[in-house]
Design a protein around this ligand. Structure first.
Ligand SMILES: [Zn+2]
Length: 1004
């Protein structure tokens, strides 16, 4: 239910260059500075409390600034990816999105750094690993990180200047750009309305799951600000005024209403001094009342139905969402943790409530979720792609199921498995990238919504306490208290209405044309003059001196170093490959098995994908579906079963594998392997009812994915042209697979045996140790154990000849393709392989990718045309440009077509280019966790990439010259000429631009 509103989207998905280069984190730098005693005052900050954060093996100190009351939490550990975050409590007083517009405006420009797009300059032209800002329920947060302490100190200065010292001169134009503005190029042109936040929210609220979340809030918190959309609703955003935003800033952006989080290995004293001297010392303490919208719990359960607009051509049968949600008032910290785990227990595919739901035919797929990011947290049961007439049945089924669980109790092994999983996942948070940033934002949410600053200090302790209480029916008691006896609940039904999308779009068009018709000449002239003035302002180039002043690191200082891991590569006597990497970790390990699937005939590939999707979800000889699910959760944490291609020679050659991968505890490795063996050897494919349910859920999941995340299908289809491996991936898991499942859903009713036979055939092809690759990452002893234990699997498998099939004739999407989905915004992409462009990949392209995005595409698309995000990505296979939540199609492709001319005419100095080099270098060097780093190094090794290749890329990034940029002219020309063009968007918009496409298809 959380609104994720990132100012920019980082798409690692398309960046497949995932080595694990490390920057200079030499031993001498890792010494930590001693922490102060409680009571000690440093630069006006009083030490309030010292603590431990077992979660990430760190210490923490809470400071309070004596003069203003500002809070600063310092989390100390050896992480070199240091971060700073400042948050303010910001209530959503209405749906006009003032908070969100203010967030965008603040981070665009400050008094000391008067650029128009400050955040993009930081993101693209400094030695930073993360820079963003978010508007969330009840707070606004500004996180930034860097591998350099000097750079982080500089960025802390920039961020604080942005929030405390707004730009005066640029403000009105920034408001027009970020909130909304009328546009009219000349007197004959139509009047249009655009703006970054306006378009962003059109896209964000344009899918049924967002609309359903909004519906739940309005049902649970009627009349309260908790039901408002903090980020704004387009119709209300266009009523917002600059003065409202200014008032909002004056009220809430004050140190007394702030929390800062500093993270990593830094000299925190320098930061405290800088923050005090330059900013906080100029303020005095102020009482700021922040409304939270807390309401008296409802006495009776509520019900609310809303319509969701979709296109006339949409199939609305079984497409509603039904949510049954419960709100909780004043709950303890321990119960907050407990309710989160409870939702996970209920969300298990084989939990009693899920089993009952699957038998019901109410919806296509179901989920249970818990969200503590509200003053009154919420637990929600959801049915997606549901039949709205079964709402009462849905509610009754859940009520009955809860009563049953309370009287009979949960299966305690299942509960134990979920808790173990929660502990393992939470103990490995530092494995993810941007640990500091992610943790800071979570802390800010708990602070803003619950006034708590030590929730994450206590998290591991709380999970362990709950684990001890579980035997004593802790979760059953929780259910009784918070669900069964809780009338603060609501049933919210969100129903798609076919044709309503066009009706609203036409009404908006009519509104604008009526508005224009009613204007006199003077008013019309003013709008064309304003449009002209805005565009002139938007086209002004930034002062390079200001961009220069953001830097704290020089290119010469960048260390060309790659962290290496000790790798072992050997074969067993029967030819199974054992590949391991040694990581400096305790008991945690990651492991995978890669089965060569090249023998699967082309016509049976979708059954292979289905096999992967069903893996571990059906009963086996020794386990029921439910028992197996518990075992999987207990031993195969975060397990993934999928078809993965390992590519050689830039993806023109690839081997398709069925990959089984998981994380676990090293001492349990034998148990993990035995469980995988049981699934591989003993799965029962003959339960046609279970099969049908799983296929149905998969159809529903894919359908939701296409409407909630259109970018995923756009990239899959567009990139299908780029190389053979991507063609295969698109065919096996994209729309062709979805259509296969739709047909299978029908066939399973008439002829259930046929599908089971196909799956058994696939299983027989998989069960083969020929070409089997096994991988393992763990400590030295664990690796030894792995090499001994792997025979649990290998001894059980036959060794059969593999006859590789030819996948050269797999169908590809049209070169110029439009795909219609229910959407009010568009997603456009062009891509081409280096082969097609007559070019080869080099690290020099990485700074160029950011340069053209920041200096050419983003100003045109985002600030000119109001498209929310632009993506430019050179990966090792080719080039991709894409737009995200874009009001247009034709205009966007025209901007891309201007790339060669832009390169040809660009006036670029090495000084400017150097800033993009810094950023590309930082991006490429950003560290990963110890396990994740070793794992990625192993996968690169498997693809034949060596440490020298990574060093070469780092070196190439550093040595990029202006001439190198100029030399890409021919490549961009070829990109435009030979690329594949795709759009996912509204049918109406696609039809208006149908001359651009060879084919337009609709997802059913
Ligand atoms: Zn935004």
């Amino acid at each position: 239910m959380e609104k994720k509103l990132s100012l920019t989207l980082v798409l690692i998905l398309v960046l497949s260059l995932c080595f694990s280069p490390h920057t200079a984190a030499s031993a001498s730098q890792t010494a930590l500075i001693p922490l102060p005693e409680t009571g000690e005052v440093i630069s006006g900050f009083k030490t309030v409390e010292a603590g431990d954060m077992a979660l990430i093996n760190s210490k923490s100190v809470l400071f309070e600034h004596e003069k203003t009351g500002a809070k600063l939490l310092y989390i100390q550990n050896k992480d070199m990816d240091r971060s700073f975050d400042i948050s303010f409590k910001t209530p959503a007083l209405d749906n006009a999105g003032a908070i969100h517009v203010l967030e965008h405006m603040s981070i665009s420009c400050s008094n000391k750094y008067p650029l128009k797009d400050l955040i993009f300059a930081i993101l693209n032209q400094t030695y930073s690993t993360y820079a963003n800002a978010y508007t969330r329920q009840n707070f606004t947060t500004y996180p930034v990180s860097s591998l350099s302490e000097e750079q982080l100190l500089k960025l802390t200065d920039v961020y604080l200047d942005s929030v405390y010292h707004p730009s005066v001169s640029n403000s009105k134009n920034l408001f027009s750009r970020e909130a909304w503005r009328y546009e009219m190029q000349d007197a004959n042109a139509p009047l249009t309305l655009t703006g970054t936040v306006y378009n962003e929210m059109k896209g964000d609220l344009g899918n049924i799951s967002s609309a359903a979340s909004q519906n739940v809030l309005q049902a649970l918190f009627p009349g309260s600000i908790q039901s408002n959309i903090a980020a704004g609703v387009p119709d209300n955003i266009k009523e917002l005024t600059y003065e409202q935003v200014l008032n909002f800033r004056n009220t809430y952006y004050h140190p007394s209403n702030s929390l800062m989080v500093l993270y990593g290995n830094v000299d925190y004293r320098r930061f405290l001094k800088h923050i005090n001297d330059e900013f906080l010392s100029k303020y005095d303490k102020k009482e700021i009342a922040v409304e939270t919208g807390k309401i008296t719990p409802l006495k009776e359960k509520a019900e609310r139905t809303v319509k969701f607009p979709v296109a006339a051509s949409s199939n609305t049968k079984n497409s509603s969402q039904i949510d049954y949600a419960f709100a909780f008032t004043d709950i303890s910290e321990e119960d907050t943790v407990g309710l989160g785990i409870l939702a996970d227990i209920l969300n298990q595919e084989t939990s009693p409530v899920m089993e009952a739901l699957k038998k019901s035919d109410i919806g296509g797929s179901y989920s249970v979720s818990f969200d503590a990011a509200f003053t009154q947290p919420i637990l929600t049961f959801s049915a997606a792609n549901a039949d709205e007439s079964k709402k009462a049945e849905f509610k009754m089924l859940i009520d009955n199921s809860m009563s049953n669980i309370i009287s009979t109790g949960f299966d305690k092994t299942a509960v134990d498995a979920v808790i173990s999983n929660t502990l393992l996942t939470n103990s490995n948070l530092a494995e993810n990238r941007n640990t500091g940033v992610n943790l800071s934002m979570k802390i800010a949410s708990m602070w803003a919504n619950h006034g708590s600053l030590d929730y994450y200090n206590h998290l591991i302790k709380n999970i362990k306490t709950i684990k001890d209480k579980a035997e004593d029916n802790y979760f059953e008691k929780l259910l009784k208290k918070y669900i069964e006896n809780n009338n603060h609940a609501a049933l919210a039904i969100t129903v798609p209405e076919a044709g309503l999308a066009e009706k609203l779009a036409n009404a908006e068009k009519k509104h604008l044309s009526d508005l224009k018709a009613a204007m006199n000449k003077q008013e019309l002239d003013k709008i064309t003059a304003d449009t002209k003035a805005y565009n002139e302002w938007n086209n002004q180039l930034p002062d390079p001196k200001i961009v220069e002043s953001l830097q704290a690191v020089k290119i010469a200082d960048l260390p060309e170093e790659v962290k290496t891991y000790k790798t072992n590569d050997s074969f067993t006597s029967d030819g199974v490959r054992l590949l391991s990497a040694e990581a400096n970790v305790g008991e945690t390990e990651t492991s995978s098995l890669l089965f060569d699937t090249s023998a699967v005939p082309m016509k049976k590939l979708h059954y292979l994908q289905l096999y992967a999707d069903l893996f571990g979800k059906l009963s086996t000889k020794n386990y029921t579906q439910k028992q197996l699910n518990t075992q999987k959760l207990r031993y195969l944490n975060n397990a993934e079963f999928h078809i993965a291609n390992v590519t050689q020679n830039n993806a023109r050659q690839y081997t398709p594998y069925f990959s089984i991968s998981w994380m676990g505890i090293a001492s349990e490795y034998d148990k993990q392997l035995s469980l995988v063996k049981e699934i591989l050897l003993n799965t029962n494919f003959d339960n046609s009812k279970a099969l049908l349910n799983l296929v149905r859920a998969q159809v529903s999941n894919l359908k939701s994915q296409y409407t909630n995340d259109p970018l995923s299908i756009l990239l899959l289809r567009n990139l299908a042209q780029i190389d053979e491996s991507s063609t295969y991936q698109n065919y096996i898991s994209g729309l062709d697979y979805y259509n296969f499942l739709l047909k299978l859903e029908k066939d399973l009713v008439s002829n259930p045996k046929a599908a089971a036979a196909e799956l058994k055939n696939i299983n027989a092809l998989i069960l083969n140790k020929t070409n089997l690759v096994t991988t393992y990452v763990g400590n030295k002893n664990a690796i030894k154990n792995y090499e001994d234990s792997i025979k649990i699997i290998t001894d059980a498998l036959p060794k059969k000849k593999i006859t590789s099939q030819d996948y050269g004739k797999l169908p590809k999407p049209a070169l110029r393709e439009g795909i219609a989905v229910d959407s009010t915004v568009q997603y456009n992409a062009i891509s081409a392989s280096y082969k097609k462009m007559g070019f080869a990949f080099t690290g020099k392209l990485l700074p160029i990718q950011t340069l053209i995005d920041q200096n050419y595409i983003t100003p045109k698309l985002r600030f000119g045309y109001g498209a929310y995000v632009s993506i430019v990505s050179f990966n090792s296979n080719g080039l991709l440009t894409a737009s995200y939540r874009d009001p247009n199609i034709r205009e966007t492709f025209e901007v891309y077509k201007g790339l060669p001319a832009y390169i040809k005419n660009m006036d670029l100095t090495q000084e400017t280019l150097d800033r993009f080099i810094l950023n590309a270098f930082s991006d490429y060097s950003a560290p990963r966790g110890e396990l994740a780093g070793a794992e990625s190094a192993l996968l690169n090794y498997l693809s034949g990439k060596k440490a020298e290749d990574k060093l070469k890329i780092l070196h190439e990034i550093k040595s990029t010259t202006v001439q190198d940029v100029k030399d890409t002219f021919a490549m961009f020309q070829s990109f435009i000429k030979n690329g594949s063009y795709s759009t996912v968007g509204s049918k109406q918009k696609l039809l208006e631009n149908k001359d651009l496409f060879d084919e337009i298809l609709s997802i059913k």
